[in-house]
Design a protein around this ligand. Structure first.
Ligand code: HDD
Length: 707
């Protein structure tokens, strides 16, 4: 049977080939290729053979069997069959962008790393954000930690800062990582739940690992349901070491702070976003960069010495502990701006390979046992995923500075070294031949010589430092540093998660640990589950009281700015264009993105002209926006009041504590009937712009029974 496609149906069909419809509806493909087709336009096989027909396989007669000799078909299907590579075992779901890091406050006295050497020095970067537990096709908004990995292509080699949006981790020693990940991933027998920690095996493991309690506070807080990847902090977590040109060292923690401020969703909102737009974060990042609204983060360092470390009530080599910013103020060193989307998702985002062991002269590791295990793990995983020891040659992974050594061959070698010198030392140069690269003792990377702590006899042991045994002090610090509303969100999140745990002893064990963090928290969780509080679990080391750290709270630091926010305006036929134009102009002026929503997307007649919506009402629920306003005529408002998508639009915005700007008809016909009462955040359109990006959390107790 002949194809019935026409030229226009084929991409590139206008670039030299024409597809003509024959008599009686038959089509045959006719090449207008007279040999002059330029190289870019001609479709070829991987061997460079021009393909004359990409629509029909080779057959023995029009209705006959396909022929084995069809190398065009065979090659195409063969390649397709192998398109997928193993996804990352963790952090499989990710989104990334290119950008640049600019040093704003040089620190040559602390590190000889070239990227921090001079004010204004620019270093290209590639940043990939990810969830941890879900597979590559899972939704963007589960309750989960977000990976925050940055590859700096410095002029002295690649440095990968592979962190998360939470400054601590679940475990203290890398030997527990496979157990942690097995427990949180979908359960082994049933294959669910995906991308969710609310299940038996995760909480079973956690309840048996008291060291995870601090991280659990963060993971159950709103940090784990961010509003946008552009609005998350990033942390290198481990203590690293900085080394200056004289060889003097200091300890250091790295922190990224988003220019747009930290902002999160609430749980009901995150769940609904997952349905409305499973690619919510990926789309948000892509669109912001695409429209030139480049997300930016400032990079800070917390620098300290052994003396400071020894004076803290926790061990700085323990990744379940942080250094409060109030105790050691972070110092800004530069800014990262992400300004270019990848050209190809697979070639760049998927094939990007990060490794905490990639460091440059001037940066070094500490003895953190979690970090030490990571240094081993990542190379292995890249070999498994990318299939070759030459994965560093892929453009996204290759350094942008000169790279040469005597490593040779291997799968998919793309470099073609010349000459005989594939070993070192060699004297071939004396023979007039190419001798190859040589060691660089003065400028090359040298490991900082310090080993373990000064008085450590260095015996081989399977033990942890003494202070590692304090599992609760910082969990308490985090909980007490939150606002009342944030504490309520946190307690409610634990109730939700434990309500999905079917093994009762696990719930009980978790509550017994919570008592060691805060009695009030434990009581709220027990009440939320309608269970009795068990006795507190035994502790390995007594808690120390730490001063609250307001820096740990999102709400205490929230700056309601329009910049980077997406604001929806609902309209319908006959709406007043002037009112809409005013809102649009105000949103744009503040640096936000207006988004018009209407029951239909085509051009609609409105008072003062025509308007086309950016999105249809049912496909653009208010969960996708930071604030909503409306301009609707009375008759249309009456009609919309009966439309469940419109009701949900306003009810959700209200329940998620967003600002709602209303026109008189919407108030009378929709808001009043839904029981949405004016408050500090439900205001006439004229007052909307001034407060649009704020969240009105004090509304929440009226709407939701929080734990
Ligand atoms: Fe890891 C990926 C962050 C502990 C083993 N990790 C991975 C990614 C991030 C982190 C952001 C994704 C990078 C990307 O976008 O491609 N991992 C962390 C942090 C940790 C941590 C912040 C604790 C502080 N990880 C950790 C341990 C181990 C691993 C203890 C193993 C011993 N991580 C891996 C891995 C991954 C990975 C299996 C999967 C894909 C990859 O490396 O490239 O090797």
């Amino acid at each position: 049977m002949a194809s019935n496609k026409t030229k226009a149906d084929y991409p590139g069909g206008d670039k030299g080939f024409s597809f003509e419809r024959g008599e009686g509806g038959e089509t045959h493909q006719q090449a207008s290729d007279t040999g002059a087709l330029d190289e870019a336009a001609a479709l070829t096989t991987n061997q460079g053979i021009r393909v004359s027909d990409n629509q029909n396989s080779l057959k023995a007669g029009t209705r006959g069997p396909s022929l084995l000799e069809d190398f065009v078909l065979r090659e195409k299907i063969f390649h397709f069959d192998h398109e997928r590579i193993p996804e990352r075992i963790v952090h499989a779901r990710g989104s990334a962008a290119h950008g640049v890091f600019t040093c704003t406050d040089p620190i040559p006295e602390l590190t000889r790393a070239s990227l921090f050497a001079e004010e204004g020095k620019q270093t290209p970067v590639f940043a990939r954000f990810s969830t941890v537990a879900g597979g590559a096709g899972s939704v963007d908004t589960p309750r989960d930690v977000r990976g925050f990995a940055v590859k700096f292509y410095t002029d002295e080699g690649n440095w990968d800062l592979v962190g998360n949006n939470i400054p601590v981790f679940f475990i203290q020693d890398a030997i527990k990582f496979p157990d942690l990940i097995h427990s949180v991933k979908m359960e082994a027998d049933r294959g669910f739940p995906q991308a969710a920690s609310a299940h038996d095996t995760f909480w079973d493991f956690i309840s048996l690992m008291p060291e995870s309690m601090h991280m659990i506070m963060w993971a159950m807080s709103d940090r784990a349901i961010p509003r946008s990847l552009r609005m998350i902090e990033g942390f290198g977590i481990h203590t690293f070491r900085l080394v200056n040109a004289e060889g003097a060292d200091s300890f250091c923690k790295f922190i990224w702070k988003p220019r747009l401020g930290v902002q999160s969703t609430c749980w009901d909102e995150a769940v609904k976003i997952a349905g409305a737009d499973p690619d919510y974060h990926r789309r948000d990042l892509f669109e912001a960069i695409d429209m030139g609204d480049f997300p930016a983060w400032d990079l800070f360092v917390q620098v300290f010495d052994e003396e400071f470390a020894a004076a803290q009530p926790y061990d700085v080599l323990d990744s379940t502990k942080l250094i409060p910013e109030e105790v050691l103020p972070p110092r800004k060193v530069g800014t990262m701006e992400l300004n270019r989307n990848p050209d190809n998702f697979f070639a760049e985002t998927e094939q990007s390979a990060f490794c905490p062991a990639n460091i440059v002269p001037g940066i070094d590791f500490s003895n953190d046992p979690l970090l030490q295990g990571r240094l081993f793990s990542y190379l292995d995983t890249q070999l498994k995923r990318l299939g070759s020891t030459n994965f560093h040659q892929l453009p996204i992974n290759a350094p942008k500075c000169p790279m040469h050594n005597f490593q040779r061959d291997g799968h998919m070698q793309t470099m073609v070294p010349k000459g005989r010198a594939n070993y070192e030392p060699n004297s071939l140069a004396e023979n007039g031949e190419e001798g190859g690269p040589r060691e660089a003792p003065a400028t090359g990377f040298t490991t900082f010589p310090a080993n373990a702590e000064r008085n450590d006899p260095g015996l081989k042991v399977r033990e942890r430092g003494e202070l590692f045994a304090d599992h609760y002090s910082q969990a308490r610090l985090f909980y007490l540093s939150q606002t009342d509303n944030e504490q309520a969100h946190l307690a409610s999140a634990i109730v939700f998660e434990l309500s999905k745990v079917l093994i009762e002893t696990v719930r009980i064990r978790v509550m017994s640990r919570l008592r060691n963090i805060d009695e009030d928290l434990a009581r709220r969780v027990a009440d939320g589950l309608a269970m009795d509080l068990p006795p507190a679990a035994p502790v390995a080391r007594e808690r120390v009281e730490m001063d609250e750290s307001p820096a740990l709270s999102i709400q205490k630091n929230y700056q309601p700015v329009m910049q980077g926010r997406k604001v929806a305006i609902l309209f319908d036929e006959g709406s007043d264009k002037a009112a809409i134009d005013t809102l649009v102009a105000g949103i744009k002026e503040g640096g936000g993105t207006p988004f018009l929503v209407a029951p239909k997307v085509g051009p609609m007649k409105v008072k003062g002209g025509t308007l086309s919506a950016d999105g249809q009402l049912a496909g653009s629920p208010s969960v996708l926006f930071d604030a909503v306003a409306c301009a609707i005529m009375p008759d249309n408002a009456k009609k919309l009041a009966k439309e469940s998508a419109a009701q949900a639009w306003f009810m959700d915005a209200y329940a998620h504590c967003k600002t709602i700007g209303y026109c008189p008809a919407t108030k009378a016909e929709i808001l009043d009937k839904l029981g949405i009462e004016p408050d500090a955040g439900v205001v006439p359109n004229a007052e909307f712009l001034a407060i649009a990006p704020a969240r009105h959390w004090d509304r929440e107790p009226k709407l939701r029974l929080l734990a």
